[in-house]
Write a protein that binds this ligand. Sequence first.
Ligand code: DP6
Length: 356
Amino acid sequence: MPSADPHASARQASSEPGSWGHASAWAGTNIALVKYWGKRPGSMNLPAAGSLSLTLADLGTRTSVRFLSKAVSPDRPDEIWLNGAPADPAFARRTSLFLDRVRSLAGIDHAAHVVTENTIPTAAGLASSASGFAALATAASRAAGLALSPPELSRLARQGSGSAARSIFGGFVEMAAGTAESGEDAVAHQVLPPESWDLRLVVALTAKGAKAIGSTEAMTHTAATSPFFAAWIESVDHDLADARDALSKRDFGRLGRITERSCLRMHASAMASDPGILYWNPVTVAAIHELRALRSRGVGVYFTIDAGPHVKALCEAENAATVAQALASIPGVLETLIAHPGPGVSVIEQSMGATA
Ligand code: DP6
């Protein structure tokens, strides 16, 4: 059984013999309004185009990292816990590879004990790598004794997952594609703080379980086989400029139209792969039609969909309840939730000190 506070083990152990440094961080996930879908070559996880997102207050990840006095080795691997249980091998491997980057940055070789909890609803299947790697980058770098600035954390988080670079910041956030091979300029920054525009993202869960194909593999497959990929990448700069302008003018209808077209173009490029990638299920399509019908009746609402079947509806605060009700009434929608703009990553606690 998971304990009431799974982070307690990591926290207590920081004062126990064998502990070297400990920190916990919380990060909200983010939903892209102008999507990231495609990478530049290299080992630094560099995006092929920029993106723009909204960080959420309601859904996120809390991660505790405790570095032990012992060196990491095949006999003493990192211990990775996810949602109250030992993490599956794929998650554990991706986390350890990321910890290797932090260890190399800090010049240490300590094995780590990592406890991660996603505050994302039961049915899940919602992107958690954005908040996950933002929280991990922050907790691990602090536990390793590093004091990184937000842009430095954003670059580090990007190496775990491209979308995570954006969750370092709150509110509306733009990620730059950059041109440097080092990834120096592939970094996010805040465009507008969360309190500057009272929008909501209403999330409708349309299926249980993990997505069929992960975003990393799917975007690589799209780039390699989709005749629409080049056109998709070419379209992003214009959408970004348009979105920046819509944000500065608080022009909701314009931001909504950009959001829908970026989503549809991203999915169109993936669908045109060989074999094609189709994330949607019948409930996803029903939700799209319902939201467009609602819009034709005068409710300002626009959809976006990520690498999965769930639908996220962007609306102004005053329409959130109406939108949530309309989505909840669709047969097959399992759960709806109204998410608010949220802050960037925060350090919850930190302690250093070798106890031998
Ligand atoms: C559809 O950030 O998960 O959510 O860098 O390979 O980890 P990796 O990809 P990831 O891709 C996110 C794709 C998306 C769109 C977006 O968030 O911009």
